[in-house]
Design a protein around this ligand. Sequence first.
Ligand SMILES: *Cc1c(COP(=O)(O)O)cnc(C)c1O
Length: 464
Amino acid sequence: MRYVSTRGTAPVLEFEDAVLAGLARDGGLYVPEEWPQFSADQLRALSGLSYADIAFQIMQPFVDSAIDDAALKSICDDSYGSFSHEAVAPLQQLDDNLFLLELFHGPTLAFKDFALQVLGRLFDHILAKRDERITIVGATSGDTGSAAIEACRGRDAIEIFILHPKGRVSDIQRCQMTTVTEANVHNIAIDGTFDDCQDLVKAMFNDEDFRSQQNLSAVNSINWARIMAQVVYYVSSALSLGAPDRSVAYAVPTGNFGDIFAGYVALKIGLPIERLIIGTNTNDILARFMETGEMDARDVVPTLSPAMDIQVSSNFERLLFDLYGRDGRVISQAMTAFRESGTMTAPTEVLDQARALFAAARLNDDGIKRQIAATYEESGVIVDPHTATGLHAATACAPDLSVPVVALSTAHPAKFPDAVEAAIGVRPSLPPSLADLLGRPERLDTLPNDLAAVQNFVRERATN
Ligand SMILES: *Cc1c(COP(=O)(O)O)cnc(C)c1O
């Protein structure tokens, strides 16, 4: 399988190079040259298989001959073997036609583990084969950092440095990162804000000498392998609900559009998906786009669902690429204009296509608390603030659907105890495996908000 850039001019790459590249050289994102197809019979044959086996079957055509089947199979087995629930992604019924897909049974209690557990192992496999090493640098405001660290800990070919703003992440979030003791994991608390951390990371990537000396790489959500791994739980959950003989709708708490785009890919490869419902918080650029056809970026507002506090959803470009007839030149022009002016208007035929499949609803912080309380009252289930936006969108956008609606539950409620307690007066507790998290010894270094200091720190510790 070959991969092309959404902006049309970067080199066409094979799977392994697309994974290592992350962002394409023309600023675009890599997508498969064509969508593999699964017939109804092929999908039917997957039902009853374990999650890891379904993962192997679904990912195989995307990976193709780049990685041999036995190696890919063991990557799938190992990735999902670390999950605490036997079903890996269990479904819970909330109402006649409403289901919750629990995606928080991975090591860091959020759905990002589904993709990053695979990505860490893919990196290791590819790098070992090539006898190369990489240095991963990333900034986190909380959740992505821990999932990335968990995915890369102890991997021979990877040195990982995660910057977080000192004193500005929650205790749980900090300890999920700093209590990891493997020597290849480096936590850096920066005297500054999340934006400062992000600027330092960008500056390291923009320093060409440093970038090539250290062989810098990133694990952010534009990496194709992350999308690929997320397609699997759409397939496994739809099969449980009667697909391919019945179609299913999904409601997805959305930030960078990676998760819901994986749902779109599931549809493209043959899964009968009736509708994809976008849940947004107050940062509602996607909901406004669905209403008007205009992308109009505003300032990011902090909310109770911080992983969705995003204005420009990078993976939306992958959808636009398809909706604009896979014309990289048009996407390139549109994205350049959007970056310069902060707005972009889609032609009617593009908007009509988007609306035929997608719907969207927004929920502010008061609404999030009300939704957490209502779900708790009606079904006794405690959901986190991100999941609440998806549940709201499910009921707001699918009241008359005759198909089952699956709301993706993207984080364990105990990751956001303050918001949950404010909504229902109950403080959710961490699962037993993490109950002693806050008492474990921490390892981190504090550095000033200074590029030279951070670069020296990386140079001294990376083994490239
Ligand atoms: C990252 C994240 C999201 C948003 O997912 P995208 O793929 O960025 O749209 C939603 N909920 C939680 C808990 C997350 O960590």
